[in-house]
Each structure stands twice: as C-alpha cells, then as structure tokens.
Design a protein around this ligand. Structure first.
Ligand SMILES: Nc1ncnc2c1ncn2[C@@H]1O[C@H](COP(=O)(O)OP(=O)(O)OP(=O)(O)O)[C@@H](O)[C@H]1O
Ligand SMILES: [Mg+2]
Length: 316
C-alpha cells in the first residue's frame, strides 16, 4: 500500500493530480515554504537527487521529513565529516561472525547508503561538503548507477524511491572540501534562506505554544532580535529560528519566576535581555577579526529594540 503510493508519485507519467494532493498534504505540515516544497517535490518525484543549500534552521529537515512521511518511506540521516569513510556509508561485515563463518552476504551489516537503497528511502547527508572525497565518489557512483557493488555480497539494487539529498551551509568554510565541478554537475540544487518575520513568528508560536499578551509580545520580540543577529556587522553567522524558539521558552519560564504577567511590566525588557543571553549567545558566530563578545553584540541589539526604538517593542 505504502509503496504503491510512493511509486505512483515518482513515476514520470504519474498523474499530476496525485502529485498535487501530495503537495497539499505535505504543505499542511509546514509554515510557508510553498515554493521550496514544490521545487523539492518536483525534483524527487522526477527521480532526481538534490542538494539543499542554506544556513542551519531553514526547514531543510522539516521539508524532507514531511515528504518521506507522506510517501511512507524512511529518511536516513548521515552527518558529513572527515570520519565518514566509504565503509561507514556502505556497511561492513560483522567481524565476530566473519571469524566463525568467513565472509558472506548474511553477515554483512548495511550502512545507511545500503539501507536507503534497500528500503527505497531518502539518504540525507548533512554538511555534505565536509565528507572526504572518496566518500563523495562512492555516493556519486551509487547515485548514477542506482545500485552498488559490495564485495562478497554482490550487487545491491536501489528501490525506485531511493534518493540522495545533500545539504550544506553556505557560510561553512572550516574543514570543508570545495566541491568539484564534477560533483556539482551531478546534482540539482536549491538554495533555501531564512523566512520572513511573520512566518518565523508563526513557527515560533507553533513550536512553543506561547499565547496570551505576554506570549505574543515575547514571540514578536524574540523573532525581531533573532533576525537582528543576522545583520549585525560584527556577526559572521547569526541565529536561526531555533534561537527565537528557545528565547520564548526560556522567557516564559523567567516571566513565571519573576512574576512578570504582562509585557507592560517594568521588568519585561530586562527579562528579554536575560533570555537572549541564554538562547542566543551560543548561537551567534562572530567575525574573528573583530574584538567583541556575543554578550556585547546582544546588548547592542537589545538596546536598539528596547531603548532606542521602544515604540517598535511596545505592545499593541
Ligand atoms: N517552515 C517551517 N514550518 C514549521 N516549522 C519549521 C519550519 N522551518 C523550520 N521549522 C522549525 O524550526 C526548527 C529548525 O528547522 P529544521 O530542522 O527543518 O532546519 P534545518 O534546515 O534542517 O537545519 P539544519 O541545517 O541545522 O539541520 C525545527 O524546530 C522546525 O520544527
Ligand atoms: Mg536539519
């Protein structure tokens, strides 16, 4: 049943209506992102692999989880780093059993690539550009052939819904390989960026459940100061919407502890600053050439919002 649904949507001649229904159901799991979802779905339904390029916290995993859940197929995660050898991706023979039984197909333990191929799942490689070159080559061969030859096991063929989805952070420049043009030539690519403020506010509201005058004002302020970390001149990479989510969760608890019941309370602005320190100071990456601290940057952002332009922060 499940596989029929998945196979339907992925056939080139699959009825457009089925894909439309797919799209609408998947979209209901997401705030905004209509365009990114439509383009990603079109690529994977066309049988293609894709690279999603964007900073952390920009819905990449959320989109893929929604598509694979709709298709009823597994989503396997792998983190690209120097330790991701081809053997880790493909799998290995259980050494204890090899000693007793010698090598055989039965004592082969499939790695995530082989599992995704066998089960027709999506193999999601985060930080793709951190994986070593020989690992990328193994992957590219599997993508091109839709099968893989495993020594002493034989050729493993991928089910039709097998896809490789890669992601990378465009700001990431430490410990990464520059992907060669031949790698780029084998992948489709979609750039994803931060969503607009109203969408981020909806995401924060959805993930925190914070309501009432206090919860609503805190959500607006949290999104505003989080977004300000992305454009501050001393910051190389600011915080994603995850920072705003945590800011609201921490802020609501602080409000309880300090008996701040409404945003017009005199202690409200100070409470936001303290929650910013907890939720954002570890999430902003400073420009190395500038001598400052995350706390100082956050103080400036807070002053801009609550002292210089207090009208922007006023409720109502
Ligand atoms: N469009 C969206 N709709 C609903 N929730 C979202 C959306 N975008 C992000 N989120 C929420 O924000 C958080 C981060 O999103 P997600 O994990 O999808 O980001 P990501 O792009 O995979 O990040 P990373 O590159 O760090 O893995 C999650 O808690 C997720 O629920
Ligand atoms: Mg992710």
């Amino acid at each position: 049943m499940i596989e029929e649904k998945a196979a339907d949507a992925t056939r080139a001649d699959a009825p457009v209506d089925a894909l439309m229904a797919n799209l609408e159901r998947i979209a209901s799991h997401l705030v905004g992102r209509e365009r990114e979802l439509e383009l990603t779905l079109a690529a994977v339904a066309a049988g293609r692999d894709i690279l999603l390029e964007g900073p952390p916290g920009t819905s990449k995993t959320t989109i893929l989880t929604a598509i694979t859940q709709e298709w009823g197929i597994p989503l396997l995660f792998v983190e690209g780093n120097a330790d991701l050898t081809p053997a880790k991706l493909v799998g290995h023979h259980n050494p204890a059993r090899v000693l007793k039984e010698d090598y055989s197909a039965e004592n082969f333990v499939g790695g995530p690539l082989v599992e995704a191929m066998r089960e027709g799942g999506f193999l999601y490689i985060e930080e793709f550009n951190r994986a070593p070159e020989d690992t990328l080559n193994t992957l590219l061969t599997a993508m091109a052939d839709r099968s893989i030859a495993v020594p002493r096991v034989g050729r493993i063929r991928a089910k039709p819904t097998f896809r490789v989805i890669a992601s990378m952070n465009p700001y990431d420049n430490v410990g990464t390989t520059r992907l060669s043009t031949s790698v780029h030539d084998r992948l489709n690519r979609l750039a994803v960026d931060y969503q607009d403020a109203p969408s981020e506010e909806r995401i924060v509201a959805l993930r925190t459940g914070a309501g009432g005058a206090l919860g609503e004002q805190l959500t607006v302020d949290a999104v505003a100061v989080t977004r300000a970390t992305r454009s501050h001149p001393d910051v190389r990479q600011g915080s994603s919407v995850r920072g705003a989510i945590d800011l609201v969760l921490v802020g609501m608890k602080l409000a309880g502890l300090r008996r701040v019941a409404a945003p017009d309370h005199e202690k409200y602005a100070g409470l936001v600053f303290d929650a910013m320190i907890v939720a954002l100071s570890g999430r902003i990456h400073l420009d190395e050439a500038i001598e400052t601290t995350p706390e100082r940057v956050l103080r400036e952002i807070w002053e801009d919002r609550f002292i210089l332009e207090p009208s922007a922060a006023k409720p109502g």
